[in-house]
Design a protein. Structure first.
Lengths: 164, 168
């Protein structure tokens, strides 16, 4: 602390004048305390009202929430294998792209470790499951149904009967 | 219980009123009315925390509230002043004592400082607080408080060059 700083500190102390705490100051202080108390009470009451209103609104909207109508489990994916040959193994692109109205296809594991696919009898077509594996399959559905020959990959594309 | 609390509070305020008012006046750059408002506001806040701070350091609490409120309220542009056609009172020549003139110079010099520099200088040189307590009171890092005080003193050194005579 240099000379100027010491002088500055001394000047700040020496310029202090004595002022008594008078009755007017006390009354003003009391009034300020009462005002602030009222403001705090009003603010607390307003907060309580807002909290109750928020909780009530939440409870009112709770049964109508769109989330409550969601299914409890994910919808089951259709199990379908359009693989035409009995010895075809499911590949990574073996995803069913058939419409939901396509005939169900069941897959049964064979003792040889391959998967056999059988179509129901109602699915009239020219597919011959018991035929020799030729590597291509042709499925015919009523209407226009001609499918592209599948060579190796088991992702046939079907043409909708209503489309033709 | 309430009476005892009020009695202790009144005793503290009465004992420290003069010092706290001078602190508020320095923090506001000599504005007496703003100093009274600031002190009133700080003491009202003290009343509501009195049970917690009465046994500790109530003056430190008031000091912190005062310094922060002074720095905050000084940022407002309008302090309730209104222009008038004539000055309400003018000082007659020769009726001011040397002490009052000295105080006026000090307060007018402090009023030219930015509020945070002024608060740092007042806390450092009037309250004799070390740097870390100035920083705690103002709610800023120690380096920032030290910088505020140094810049404030440097400016006061120029403003008060004729009041505080240099050594030699």
């Amino acid at each position: 602390m240099d000379h100027f700083e010491r002088q500055l500190a001394q000047l700040m102390h020496s310029t202090q004048e004595h002022r008594a705490f008078e009755a007017g100051h006390r009354e003003r202080l009391r009034a300020g305390v009462r005002t602030r108390r009222r403001v705090r009470t009003a603010r607390r009451a307003a907060g309580s009202v807002l909290a109750v209103a928020g909780i009530g609104l939440g409870l009112f909207l709770w049964p109508h929430a769109p989330g409550s109508e969601r299914p409890s489990a994910p919808r089951p994916r259709p199990v379908i294998s359009p693989a035409p040959t009995p010895s075809s193994s499911p590949g990574p692109d073996d995803s069913p792209s058939a419409p939901p109205s396509s005939p169900p296809v069941t897959r049964t594991p064979s003792p040889r470790g391959t998967t056999e696919t059988s179509l129901p009898p109602s699915a009239s077509g020219s597919s011959t499951p018991g035929g020799p594996p030729t590597g291509t399959a042709t499925a015919t559905f009523p209407g226009t149904a001609t499918t592209e020959p599948v060579t190796g990959s088991a992702s046939p594309s079907y043409t909708s009967p209503a489309a033709g | 219980m309430e009476q005892a609390r009020a009695g202790e509070y009144d005793a503290f305020v009465a004992a420290r009123w003069s010092v706290l008012f001078h602190l508020a006046r320095l923090l506001t750059g000599g504005d007496r009315h703003r100093a009274e408002d600031l002190l009133q506001e700080s003491l009202v806040k003290l009343w509501f925390v009195w049970p917690e701070v009465a046994d500790g350091a109530p003056e430190a609490y008031v000091r912190k509230v005062l310094a922060r409120a002074a720095a905050r309220s000084a940022r407002r542009r309008w302090w309730g002043e209104r222009p008038v056609e004539e000055l309400p009172e003018t000082a007659a020549a020769g009726d001011l004592s040397a002490a009052v003139a000295e105080r006026s110079r000090l307060e007018s010099a402090l009023a030219q400082l930015p509020p945070r520099q002024r608060a740092a200088v007042v806390l450092r040189y009037y309250q004799d607080l070390p740097d870390h307590q100035v920083a705690t009171t103002l709610g800023c890092p120690v380096g920032t408080a030290r910088s505020h005080a140094a810049r404030g003193v440097a400016r006061l050194r120029r403003l008060l060059a004729d009041v505080i005579e240099p050594v030699g």
